[in-house]
Design a protein around this ligand. Structure first.
Ligand code: GLU
Length: 513
């Protein structure tokens, strides 16, 4: 058993926005680190300059920050194992590639990209299987396995570009024990001689990732399932470099699936189904599209963290609501499922609603003010808080608030005339007017007293709530939907309630005639 201190890393490549699956990977790493008194490290893997996207690193940091996952070490925080951006570690990697070449675990390959493309085409046409640079072809190609040392030196002197490839041993098996998937095996005959150092001298993902995990003393690699197929190469690299003693334990997380199952969740699914797949809004440079994030959809960061924590992990009981602190206590890698987790946006909305219901009104109010900076111009903080209190249980996201609560902010609201026609009965006209009178005479004008006056009215007049209340509600708010009517009246206040009742009278009068 590995007794070293827990050190985990989230190692995104800044090639675009951080997908929700990436946020989940970061969260699981964070939870695992905190649970074990370890460190959570952010490492930016930007060795592939061709895929670099401006703003992506910034976006990743902002997203983690929004969800509340703060790295203990990283490009911003620094730390004893820095630098934490691979482009700032460039000079470090070549020596390991050289070491591998010296030990015969890697070799120089001078095949030009054009040669390889041609070869691939011919090979695939002839054999109907995909081309792999491996033991079956390596001895026919232009590399240091086939050229004499003199030829190799000459090519290098002539500055002919070359890459360094891993020399994968034949007829062997690579086995490692994954914390989620148990024993995983690779037949080395299935593995290709991966490039580890590119012609520009930069390491590929495989080399840089292994070197950095080793130098940063990473104890556990918790990452998405899409990296499982690379792990055979990674385990071999540990062996070749003589680092098996300190090889991290691996845990490969299940994929996030489309809402209807069948395939990986992609950013196109977001556009297709109309839900966010990124934490924050993202302007995609490649297609010029703007992708709305969970934040812009009105989802609270705590709710998002809770939602994604349960995509693939389960506590083993029915509990669903977990703060990040709760998760730190109960999370376990063993409880992560092997099969993919279906992404269900309705469930995200449900979580958000739970968080809204249980949030204190003041902090919700500050969210609302962030989303709708003009809202404080409409009413005092005190009034806004009271209205919010009434709507907490009725909204799924903060975005729904201004629309739903409109009757609280405007005296010029429209009436749902269809409902008025349906509910208004001319024979009850006097009864409505008497009720309005009762309301106007209520003192103090509070939810309880209004309610008890209306109750007395109903029993005195031998009528029913269903006969008079819809009309009262339509007169006061214009629509039938809304929170408790007596509470609404208290918040709107006596004066405005009276004015609203007066304003509605001509409508009913007209229907009577
Ligand atoms: N740079 C890889 C990525 O973009 C890291 C994979 C890993 O965690 O090893 O996800």
């Amino acid at each position: 058993m590995n007794k070293q201190k827990v050190r985990v890393r989230f190692a995104p490549s800044p090639t675009g926005a951080l997908h929700i699956g990436g946020v989940r990977t970061a969260l699981y790493n964070y939870l695992f680190a905190k649970q074990n008194g370890g460190n959570f490290i952010l490492r930016i893997e930007d060795t592939d300059q061709t895929r670099f996207v401006e703003g992506a690193e910034e976006y990743i940091k902002k997203s983690l920050d929004w969800i509340g996952i703060t790295p203990d070490e990283g490009p911003e925080q620094g730390g004893d194992y820095g630098p934490y951006r691979q482009s700032d570690r460039k000079s470090l990697y070549k020596k390991y590639a050289d070491q591998l070449v010296e030990k015969g675990h890697a070799y120089y390959a001078f095949d030009s990209p054009d040669d390889l493309t041609q070869l691939r085409e011919e090979y695939e046409k002839e054999r109907k299987i995909s081309f792999k640079y491996d033991a079956t072809v390596r001895y026919q190609l232009k590399n240091s396995l086939n050229l004499s040392p003199e030829e190799v030196s000459t090519l290098i002197e002539q500055e002919v570009p070359y890459v360094v490839r891993m020399f994968i041993p034949e007829d062997d098996e690579v086995i490692f024990s994954d914390l989620i998937r148990d024993d995983v095996r690779f037949d080395t005959n299935e593995l290709d001689d991966k490039v580890i150092l590119k012609a520009d001298g930069m390491p590929t993902y495989h080399l840089a990732n292994i070197v950095d995990d080793y130098l940063m003393e990473i104890s556990h690699v918790i990452r998405g399932e899409e990296w499982l197929s690379s792990t055979g190469h990674h385990v071999l690299l540990y062996k070749m470099l003589g680092w098996t003693e300190r090889m991290p334990q691996f845990a490969h997380l299940p994929l996030l699936l489309k809402p209807e199952g069948g395939g990986k969740l992609s950013k196109r699914d977001g556009a297709k189904f109309g839900f966010p797949v990124f934490p924050l809004q993202w302007e995609e440079p490649s297609d010029g599209n703007t992708y709305k994030g969970f934040r812009e959809a009105g989802i609270l960061p705590e709710a998002l963290a809770n939602f994604i924590a349960l995509l693939g992990w389960s506590p083993g009981n029915d509990q669903e609501i977990f703060s990040v602190e709760d998760l730190v206590k109960v999370f376990s890698l063993e409880q992560i499922s092997k099969s993919g987790a279906r992404f269900d946006y309705d469930k995200a909305l449900w979580f958000n609603q739970q968080y809204i219901i249980h949030s204190d009104t003041q902090s919700l109010l500050s969210y609302i003010e962030d989303y709708f900076p003009n809202i404080s111009g409409l009413a005092s903080k005190e009034y806004l808080s009271k209205v919010l209190e009434l709507y907490k249980e009725r909204i799924h996201t903060i975005l729904e608030f201004p629309d739903q609560a409109l009757p609280f902010f405007s005296e010029e609201f429209e009436y749902d005339t269809k409902q008025i026609k349906k509910r208004y009965k001319p024979e009850n006209h006097e009864l409505y007017l008497d009720l309005f009178e009762t309301i106007n005479n209520t003192d103090p004008f509070e939810q309880r007293s209004i309610k008890s006056n209306v109750e007395s009215f109903i029993s005195e007049k031998e009528t029913k709530f269903g006969v008079v209340l819809p009309i009262l509600r339509l007169a006061i708010a214009g629509i039938l939907q809304g929170p408790d009517l007596f509470a609404m009246m208290e918040v709107i206040g006596k004066e405005k309630t009276r004015k609203r009742l007066d304003r509605s009278l001509p409508i009913f009068q007209e229907l009577k005639n």
